[in-house]
Structure formats: structure tokens, C-alpha cells
Design a protein. Structure first.
Length: 195
């Protein structure tokens, strides 16, 4: 078989096969026809993936979430035939799978962030070697943080890092209303301590 552009000529039969609808590039030059067709099917769902990313207010690492969405589309299209009898259209099924996978990823990232990140006062103690008055101030801050529950502390630390209420809600997997309740409760507790 001899190839030139998108036209392929079989040497022994002199037949031409013309493939249209895509351009060959570095990504597709090593794929067979089935893989190319499947790749095009996944690309058809990219606007849906972007829509879900926007709906979930993902502002950071959007490329990573696009890849998570593409993998969800791949898995959904691979398993759709098995579940078609349940009455969902392919588009509905794919949307649900993308949305669920995005929520799972947001929760996973949030859990990782909560487990790995050090509190601000620990970082200050290590970096500045706080002595004397600074150590007393850090001890007071640690005591104040101790009065807050885990969610209120999460709100405070993420707010200090510059996140908005909507971003905190998306990262933690809770509603904006819940995050506002954490904020209200934390402010009340800290206000009572302040005097």
C-alpha cells in the first residue's frame, strides 16, 4: 500500500481509498483506523467536558481535568453497550460518567491537599525559627485554630491562601451554602476569642 496525504493506493489492485474528515498529525500518524475513529468520538465530547468543568467552577489545573474528562468519555463509550438497556441515551450516559468522575477527582485532590499541607503556623515556625514574642503569638494562633473544627479550619486556611467561597466549595465537594456556614461559624468563634 502506497500513501500520499489522505489517499491510499493498494499496489496489487490499483484501488484507491480516500479517507476524509481528519488531518494526519503526530498524534494520529501511528494509529490504525479504529483508533482514529475512537479518538474522533472522544473529541466530539470535549465541549461537554469543558461545560462540566465550568459548571463545577474548576479554575486551576483545567488541562488535568480535561484529561480526566477524556478518560471518563473513553470508559463511558467502552461500557455503554452493556448498559444501553437501562434507557439512557449515549449522551446522557457519557455526561453522567464525566460529571461523576470530575466530582471524584475534586474530592481526591481536596483530600490530598488536606492530608499533605502543613498549617501556616508550622511553616512559619520552621522557616523563621520563631523566638520569644513570635513563639507566643504562634502559640496563641495555634490555640485559636484549636477552637475551630476541621471544616472551619479548612475554610480559614484556604481563604488565607486566596481561594473564594465558590472555589472552596468545589474543592471540598460541599455546597457553597455549607462553606458559608463554616465561614459564619469560624468568624463567630474567632470573634468571641478576640474579645
Amino acid at each position: 500500500m502506497v500513501s500520499s496525504g489522505n489517499t491510499f493506493r493498494c499496489i496489487d489492485t490499483s484501488q484507491e481509498i480516500v479517507m476524509t474528515g481528519f488531518e494526519e498529525n503526530e498524534e494520529t500518524e501511528h494509529m490504525d483506523a479504529d483508533d482514529r475513529a475512537f479518538d474522533l468520538r472522544i473529541r466530539e465530547y470535549e465541549p461537554m467536558i469543558q461545560s462540566i468543568i465550568g459548571r463545577l467552577n474548576v479554575r486551576f489545573d483545567q488541562d488535568d481535568y480535561m484529561q480526566v474528562g477524556r478518560l471518563a468519555v473513553y470508559n463511558a463509550l467502552s461500557t455503554f453497550d452493556d448498559i444501553a438497556a437501562r434507557g439512557a441515551t449515549e449522551s446522557q450516559f457519557v455526561y453522567t460518567r464525566i460529571y461523576q468522575r470530575m466530582i471524584d477527582e475534586i474530592r481526591r485532590v481536596s483530600r490530598y491537599t488536606n492530608n499533605v499541607s502543613a498549617t501556616d503556623d508550622d511553616v512559619l515556625m520552621e522557616n523563621t525559627g520563631a523566638a520569644g514574642g513570635e513563639a507566643v503569638l504562634l502559640a496563641e494562633l495555634r490555640g485559636m485554630l484549636g477552637t475551630l473544627d476541621r471544616r472551619e479550619r479548612q475554610w480559614l486556611l484556604l481563604t488565607l491562601d486566596g481561594y473564594t467561597v465558590v472555589e472552596i466549595a468545589a474543592a471540598s465537594g460541599f455546597s457553597v451554602s455549607s462553606v458559608k456556614n463554616w465561614r459564619r461559624s469560624a468568624r463567630a468563634k474567632l470573634g468571641a476569642l478576640r474579645g
